[in-house]
Design a protein around this ligand. Structure first.
Ligand code: MLT
Length: 263
């Protein structure tokens, strides 16, 4: 596995305490734009890579595992001479964050888990992911756009924030079908992180969108119960992409959490 990301595949802005953002599927680092702008203007150094096979990170393999992605993030931190960071993932980015904290616990200062799920895939999920992988390779990304309004975004986002819907559609359509298939297969092969929650001892914030059609509220609550001392924030009028749908509330939750860390 190559360990060095091209400069075109990540953002690195600001100075201060490091926060690494790990995007969801089938998206790219541009989903964090409002968080990158907000934090880099407030004494944080923000690093946001395109995860393996996605965005500009065109790796070309058939399976991109969550471990491959986590190791690539660690290699990027090495290259940028960062020992420790707060790791903030959304959905697939949370699977990568779970791998990261398992592999490199000393490098994690705190965790932010957005729209997370800990349980591993069952046979039905594995089968469905393989079908999705084959469909995307045969037809391209277009069919995935249909689920944006029905599953991913809150009703209010769909009716009142056309610019968010357009940004999400653009991200999906820009995704390389081979990268999407590789990530689907990687997610199908992921581990069950449920039993590892009790090993997580760093401060952890969990953020859920109240109208998330992809994750059930129980998924976030399960993780909240599993990680001792964790905090759970539920954002109204937000779905699976709560950081794009309600950026002010999301950024407020982040900064409140970060301020408590320093006291
Ligand atoms: C994501 O947003 O990253 C996906 O919903 C993850 C998944 O398919 O489990």
């Amino acid at each position: 596995m190559p360990t060095s990301l091209l400069p075109s595949t990540f953002d690195d802005l600001g100075t201060g305490s490091v926060v690494v953002f790990l995007h969801g599927f089938p998206f790219n680092r541009s989903m964090w734009r409002q968080q990158i702008d907000f934090l880099s203007a407030r004494r944080f150094r923000v690093v946001a890579p395109d995860l393996r096979g996605l965005g500009e990170n065109k790796s070309g393999e058939e399976v991109a595992t969550m471990e491959d992605m986590a190791r690539e993030v660690a290699a990027l931190m090495d290259r940028l001479k960062m020992d420790r960071a707060t790791i903030c993932g959304l959905s697939m980015g949370c699977y990568v964050a779970f791998e990261f904290v398992h592999l490199f616990p000393a490098r994690v200062r705190a965790l932010v888990l957005c729209g997370p799920r800990a349980q591993g895939p069952d046979d039905a999920e594995r089968k469905s992911r393989e079908e999705q992988a084959q469909r995307v390779l045969a037809e391209g990304m277009q069919f995935a756009v249909a689920s944006i309004s029905t599953n991913l975004l809150a009703q209010k986002t769909v009716t009142e924030k056309p610019e968010v819907v357009a940004r999400v559609s653009d991200m999906v359509l820009q995704t390389d079908p081979r990268g999407a298939a590789a990530a689907q297969r990687g997610m199908a092969a992921r581990r069950d992180y449920s039993d590892e929650l009790a090993n997580i001892t760093v401060p952890t914030l969990i953020i859920a969108g109240r109208e998330d059609g992809v994750r059930k509220p129980e998924d976030a609550e399960f993780i909240h119960r599993g990680i001792r001392g964790s905090q759970l924030v539920v954002i109204d009028d937000a779905g699976h992409l709560m950081n794009m749908e309600q950026p002010e509330r999301f950024n407020r939750a982040l900064i409140d959490f970060f301020e408590r860390l320093t006291h």
